[in-house]
Write a protein that binds this ligand. Structure first.
Ligand SMILES: [Zn+2]
Length: 491
């Protein structure tokens, strides 16, 4: 079966058919750049990345647009608090975000427009809505008259009256109806502003996404993505603005990413309840974070958990150890289980099922050492956006380090040492072919080899072992050089 998505608009799984054959336009609501990214932002970006990679794999030409909200109440508050220009605050956080995306191998969007760069389009759109009777001005603010848009609430499946009961009115707002929302805000003192037909002001939040998405992708978008928390009111308002202005359907497929929760609550910058991705990347490799996030379907919520991250770490280590046991992994023409893999990806990007296929292959691979399995796994990991580390030794893996040391002993003609450890090695070799992971005995064996080398005054080889072990996260501290005792510190 072909590609299909669960469309938030219909609530159904729908076959995907873009407007123009072979081309797909995607708009993704990006960050409000008031601070550095947390894992919730990165999850949304990663899901967009996997979507784009799969569409490209299927042969589509993809244009993806991801905005930065750089003019906003919270950024203006920070400007006041830190006495720093809002443009600098925005730029610093954009840099940080893109740097983290690069680290995680998230492909760059085609374009990253900012609200402040599209004021002209925004003003034109607001003016068009005012002309059509959907917008009205009150003391320099311009509001959208929600009741004039009869299908309002279609995306969030809420009736106008139901919505009305939940709306709060800010004391400063003079709206005709509590449901109405701001298209344009009059500038207060010390705030950034632009000249408009309604005086000095700045755009409301929702209007920028309508203006920028239609500017780059046309009146009707193929796919719009964003966090599920944006469905109401942000995306509902985007639809109301865009469809009122153009008289055409705004978005064909709405794809929403589940929250990342922490202690059962949504992570959110505005509540201070979040985990910075930067902190996480100090502890876990980017591919591990990717594996962790892809283990959950993009629509489902993830309760952030270090235990699950550690599981992902072991799972990734197992994959990488298997792949790196082959000297070379050439591109494979006929990957194994391709039909199952494609079917899972086509089924609304079912990454948990895809990972299940990969784990099954790895299990078989450890039993058979079949190179076609390794080439297939490498092929699928690439489609899922994992950085290719198949030729690198997994630095956490002591088993690979041990293999390298044995290889060096052979190359250096240290047959005496090889003879001395022969029996233990034989036992262990069976082990690491099965699991490819760290075994307590392995570290001991490596240290025994190092002690023999030190006794033979081959300090350069001994130091090589120390540094290779350090790469795996194990530090050796020699306590008593004469007696060759040492302490291990495992990071
Ligand atoms: Zn948006």
């Amino acid at each position: 079966m072909g590609l299909r998505f669960l469309n938030t608009l219909s609530g159904k799984l729908e076959n995907f058919k873009p407007i123009n054959n072979g081309e797909v336009g995607i708009y993704s609501c990006g960050m409000t750049v008031q601070g550095p990214p947390h894992i919730g932002h990165i999850r949304a970006a990663l899901n967009r990345d996997v979507l784009v990679r799969w569409l490209k794999y299927l042969g589509y030409k993809v244009t993806s647009v991801e905005n930065f909200t750089d003019v906003d109440d919270k950024i203006i508050q920070k400007q006041k608090a830190y006495k720093k220009d809002w443009r600098i605050i925005a730029q610093e956080n954009i840099d940080k975000y893109l740097q983290v995306c690069d680290q995680l191998n998230i492909e760059r969007a085609t374009v990253y427009p900012r609200a402040s760069q599209h004021i002209e389009e925004i003003i034109n759109l607001v003016q068009g809505l005012v002309d059509k009777g959907y917008g009205y001005e009150k003391k320099g603010d311009v509001y959208y008259r929600v009741r004039n848009f009869t299908t309002y609430g279609r995306l969030s499946k809420k009736s106008i009256d139901e919505l009305k009961s939940g709306v709060r009115i800010e004391p400063s707002e003079e709206k005709d109806d509590p449901l109405d929302f701001a298209l344009w805000k009059a500038a207060k003192a010390d705030e950034p502003f632009w000249f408009s037909p309604w005086g000095k002001g700045r755009p409301g939040w929702h209007i920028e996404c309508s203006a920028m998405s239609m500017h780059y992708l046309g009146k009707t978008l193929d796919i719009h993505t964003g966090g599920e928390d944006l469905i109401f009111p942000h995306h509902e308002n985007e639809i109301a603005q865009s469809e009122a202005a153009t008289g055409q359907q705004f978005v064909r497929y709405w794809l929403h990413t589940g929250w990342v929760t922490l202690g059962g609550e949504k992570m959110s910058k505005s509540t201070g309840h979040f985990l910075l991705i930067d902190e996480l990347l100090k502890e876990y490799r980017p591919n591990v974070v990717r594996l962790y996030l892809l283990k959950t379907h993009y629509r489902n919520q993830i309760e952030f958990s270090r235990a699950r991250l550690d599981e992902a770490k072991s799972a990734y280590l197992r994959i990488q150890t298997f792949l790196s046991s082959f000297k070379e992994l050439p591109d494979i023409e006929k990957p194994l289980m391709l039909e199952e893999f494609s079917e899972a990806m086509n089924d609304d990007l079912n990454t948990p099922r895809v990972l299940g296929i990969i784990y099954d292959l790895i299990k078989k691979g450890y039993e058979t050492s079949d190179i076609d399995i390794a080439c297939t796994v490498k092929y699928y990991l690439r489609i899922l956006g994992f950085r290719d580390e198949s030729t690198e030794p997994p630095f956490e893996s002591v088993s690979v380090t041990l293999k390298e040391i044995i290889k060096k002993l052979e190359d250096d003609g240290r047959q005496n040492i090889l003879d001395e450890i022969k029996d233990e090695l034989w036992k262990m070799y069976g082990n690491f072919r099965r699991a490819g992971d760290v075994f307590p005995g392995m570290v001991d064996l490596i240290l025994r080899i190092r002690n023999i080398l030190r006794k033979e005054k081959d300090y350069s080889f001994a130091d090589y072992i120390r540094s290779r072990l350090a790469d795996t996260g194990i530090q050796i501290q020699d306590i008593n050089l004469d007696k060759s005792t040492y302490r291990l510190e495992v990071r």
